[in-house]
Design a protein. Structure first.
Length: 297
């Protein structure tokens, strides 16, 4: 039985290493340069828009109208997730169940055979950490969303300024947006897809673009572009100026918040030498004083 347990742990560790290597290879392949597709609106596969089966949702107790589902839908939208949110919720619940069951089985084997090894401890610890991360997914999803919203706001602000610069040009709004691509980075794939889908159906392309952005700033930006597309009037460029001021205020608030967070971190770091000084120099005198008072009493 001892040999069986050791073999099981060794196989599990090997499988984990292969899975990690496969994920790492997939991430590296994503970094390779790709040839741009000519018709990006045809690149969306059916599974990207297909909804999760209702039978699966009932099996795992997923309710689309629940508050938790809606909250994750908003968070994932802000993170740039464009698939059906139910797929994520299903994967999360399956992942939590799988990690808990796997950890329980390993702990049961260890408790039965009274065998504790370093690899077993690491493997169980990794499973528990993965389960905890899945349970508190709202926390790290919110952090990812904040970072993405800030990046998107910066680039929307830059694109809006460029559109305002081209306000006197006779170019169509599509051509103006095409000239704004060099000012984007995180927004570039979505903007390029918008421009590729534009002449197929501009209204629907803008709606899809808005859903892909998934932020309040993206919503106001798309509404402004749609207004300029339909009217091309100087009055709507006044709306664009107002939007630019809003984006500027939000970026300044984010900058102030970042400075405040940095000051808190620096304050904590500065307190470490003070605590060390207290421990090395002051604390011995305090202990001697306590001993003196105890002897006097």
């Amino acid at each position: 039985m001892h040999h069986f347990t050791a073999s099981f742990i060794s196989i599990a560790a090997t499988v984990g290493q292969f899975l990690f290597a496969a994920i790492a290879l997939g991430v590296l392949l994503q970094l390779l340069p790709r040839r741009q597709m000519r018709w990006k609106h045809l690149s969306l596969l059916s599974w990207r828009t297909k909804e999760a089966p209702a039978s699966w949702l009932r099996l795992f107790g997923v309710v689309r109208k629940s508050a938790a589902f809606t909250e994750r839908e908003l968070l994932l939208g802000g993170c740039g997730y464009t698939l059906d949110v139910a797929w994520y919720v299903l994967a999360r619940r399956i992942g939590i169940a799988a990690t808990v069951i796997a950890a329980a089985i390993i702990l049961l084997i260890v408790a039965t055979l009274h065998i504790v090894t370093a690899s077993t401890s690491y493997f169980v610890g990794a499973l528990l950490v993965a389960g905890m991360l899945l349970m508190v997914d709202k926390t790290w999803l919110s952090s990812i969303r904040k970072v993405r919203v800030l990046r998107m706001t910066k680039e929307i602000y830059a694109v809006s300024n460029q559109l305002l610069y081209l306000s006197d040009s006779a170019l169509h709004i599509h051509a103006k947006l095409l000239r704004c691509i060099p000012f984007t980075r995180a927004l570039r794939p979505e903007l390029e897809r918008l421009l590729a889908e534009w002449y197929h159906d501009a209204g629907e392309a803008l709606q899809r673009f808005k859903r892909r952005l998934g932020t309040d700033e993206g919503l106001s930006f798309v509404e402004t572009i749609d207004a300029l597309r339909q009217h091309e009037s100087s009055q709507y460029y006044d709306i664009l100026r107002a939007r630019i001021e809003d984006y500027k205020e939000k970026l300044e608030l984010a900058k102030e918040s970042k400075k405040e967070s940095t000051s808190y971190v620096l304050f904590v770091i500065a307190g470490i030498p003070i605590l060390y000084t207290f421990q090395v120099f002051i604390y011995p005198w305090v202990r001697e004083g306590q001993k003196l008072f105890q002897s006097l009493s």
